[in-house]
Each structure stands twice: as structure tokens, then as C-alpha cells.
Design a binder for this molecule. Sequence first.
Ligand code: CO
Ligand code: ZN
Length: 331
Amino acid sequence: MRELIKKLTEISSPSGNEDDIRNFIKKEIKNHCDSIETDAMGNLIARINGKKNGKTVLFDAHMDEIGVMVNHIDQNGFLRFTAIGGFFPFHALVHRIRFQNGVIGVIGEEKRDSSTKVSPLDKLYIDIGAKSKKEAEKMVGIGDMGTYAAETIVTKDRIIAKSLDDRIGCYIMIKAMKTIKNPKNTVYFVFASQEEVGVRGARPAAYRIDPDCAVALDVTGTGDTPESNKMEVKLDGGAAIKVKDSGMITNRKIRDELVDVAKKHKIKYQFEILEHGTTDAFGIQITAGGIPTGAISIPSRYIHSPSEMVSVSDVEACTDLVVAFANEYDV
Ligand code: CO
Ligand code: ZN
């Protein structure tokens, strides 16, 4: 577990630049599926064949992560940038950014208006240690992308890493693929591109596969930290079966089926209602004439920061639920 999660999360692959993570996942899964392809959007799509009378089930997790893109280099070699996805200023200050060519920078800020207010992104810059514009331009170019650089830590109970959103979903799908043998249903695993910039990869993938049902795996917030938002989801509470988020209301049959399967296999679960945010499930549900879609969420603290945190036992519960659902879905 530790090694695979460390590798998956330490790779830098912001939205639209998923090559590195896709190549890594492809190697990891190629001996555990019947077919594998990359589509025009950069989605990695793997299939495990089922029996003749089985259904078609699609699982999805996104490969991309939030990041930054250089849009200006000043005379002194400092970089200005735009956000790729939900890259928040209140998480960013003084953290390290790794560009895809390996160059590392630190996020600094202009003089603050007030000591209590967070500076907006356009008051932040990236310091790559260059002494001039000319020197900086040799290190990075306009349009280059970077992500947080952070070491992944796995303890007995917790995983702390950047990009657990949604590499932990990718990890669960990889583990499930290695576990599922001769399933009744044909199972597709979509490692989707460009979720963080508006669920752009999963939709065309699901449209083309047009499965009988779909389940997306992604992180969700929690209500279990001091003075946090009121939310029922907590770390160690088990797989979070989505009821609603700001993009979807879960298909009732899929939601009930996920609960039934969890109960039957004694998998710990909880219900998720997320006020702000959505997942690939939102895009999948409303493509191809509509697809019955559910979502299994991994409870996570500090989402979109360099130190996202999830529970080891929740990850195991989610994996068990994916494997059981793949085998038993029959509605
Ligand atoms: Co996200
Ligand atoms: Zn996500």
C-alpha cells in the first residue's frame, strides 16, 4: 500500500498534462485487464470482460490534480501564475511548487494590505531562485505547469499527501483491478483527465462506453475538525456513499444498491451530503441520454492543499465496496 500510494501521489500531473501519471498507471494495471486504451481527451480506459449475460459497470477516478500555470515572468525573474482548478491562496503561501521539468519554486506574496486577510492569487508570485528574467526564462516558460511538491507520509491510520484528490481514487481502482477475477459484469475503469477544470475528461469517456451504471470515486470533505462546517462525514467512518453534492443527486437505485452491497459484506459506510463541490459522477450522470450514476467518496481533510489527509481504513472500505459492487451489480 505505502509504496504505491507514495508513487501515485508524488507524481506531478496537473489537468491537461496527465502523461506522467497515465504512463505510471498504465504499467501498474496492464497485466490486470483485457483491454486498455487512451482516448483523445487523455483518459486511460481499461476493461475487464464479464460473462455473456452480465451488465456493464463503469468506475471512474480522475488522474489530474490542481496546480498553477506560468503566465508572466517579471524583470527580476519572479513568476506570476494562473490557477489550474481550485488552487487556493490560503493554502498556497510559502509552499513549494514543482514544475514538470523538475524546477522547484517557493510561493511568496507582495506586501499585504492587512495582517489578517489572505492575499489573492494575483498578489502571489513564484520564486524559482532566478536572478533575472533571462535566467528565469531558461528554467521555465509561459504556459508551463506546476503542482505542489510534497512528501507523502503513510502512518498506521493516516495518509498525508498532495493530490490524494484523486490519486487515492486511482489507487482504489488499481487495487480493485488486481482483486477482481472473472467478474459477472464487464467492468470499465476510467482514469479520467481534467476533472479539476470542470469534469472535462469523464463525460466523453462515459458517453462512448454508455454503461448500464457508473460509480465515481473521489474525495469529499469532512465535518470532524474543530469548528468545521456541519457535515456528517468523518475520517474512519467508512466509505462515504454520496446522496447529494452541488452537481448531482445520486441515482436512488445505485445509492440503495451500494448500501445493500456494503451491508451484505459488512463494509463500514456513511452517507455523504456535500454542500460545495462535485465529482466526475455529475458529468457521467447527464451524458449519453443519462446514466444511472452513484459515487463512493473517500473522506478527506484539507482538500486541495499540499497536505490532504485520509484514513487507511476508509480507503480499505472503499476498495472492498468497489470490488463487491463490480461483482454483484444487477439491476
Ligand atoms: Co479536487
Ligand atoms: Zn477530485
